[in-house]
Design a protein. Structure first.
Length: 134
């Protein structure tokens, strides 16, 4: 899991949607923002959501209310096929990689793995396998 993950930023669940849109614009290379309430992981939002939010930046709704809660937690030693199996079994779109065990608290998050990253890793592994054999 550790080799596929990417960095993420934490944002408070009490952040307004307008504030998030500004933050996402300042961090264009951050794909996923983790929404937290102290040490509790509320969910995540994608940077691409900021474009939708920018249509109404005066919206005073809190980010915690729109956070996607469809994630699994894994530890950094979890094999890639196990990450895929856990995500598939739960219908998750993101895996949060945790330091130590896979029990999730905000302070233990090492990174995130999206379905896109999993797909890229599988393609890369298949190409490497093909290059070795042929």
């Amino acid at each position: 899991a550790r080799r596929v993950q990417s960095a993420s930023s934490h944002v408070a669940a009490s952040t307004t949607l307008g504030e998030f849109a500004v933050l996402a614009g300042q961090q264009p290379h951050t794909e996923i923002f983790l929404v937290t309430d102290h040490e509790h992981i509320v969910g995540f939002v994608r940077n691409s959501d900021a474009m939708r939010i920018l249509k109404n930046p005066a919206d005073a709704s809190m980010l915690g209310g729109m956070a996607d809660r469809n994630f699994v937690t894994v530890n950094g030693q979890t094999f890639l096929h196990d990450v895929i199996a856990r995500m598939q079994a739960s219908g998750a779109t993101v895996a949060l990689v945790m330091a130590g065990s896979d029990v999730g608290t905000a302070g233990r998050i090492m990174g995130v793995i999206s379905r896109q990253q999993l797909g890229d890793a599988v393609v890369e592994a298949a190409e490497l396998f093909r290059a070795v054999l042929f």
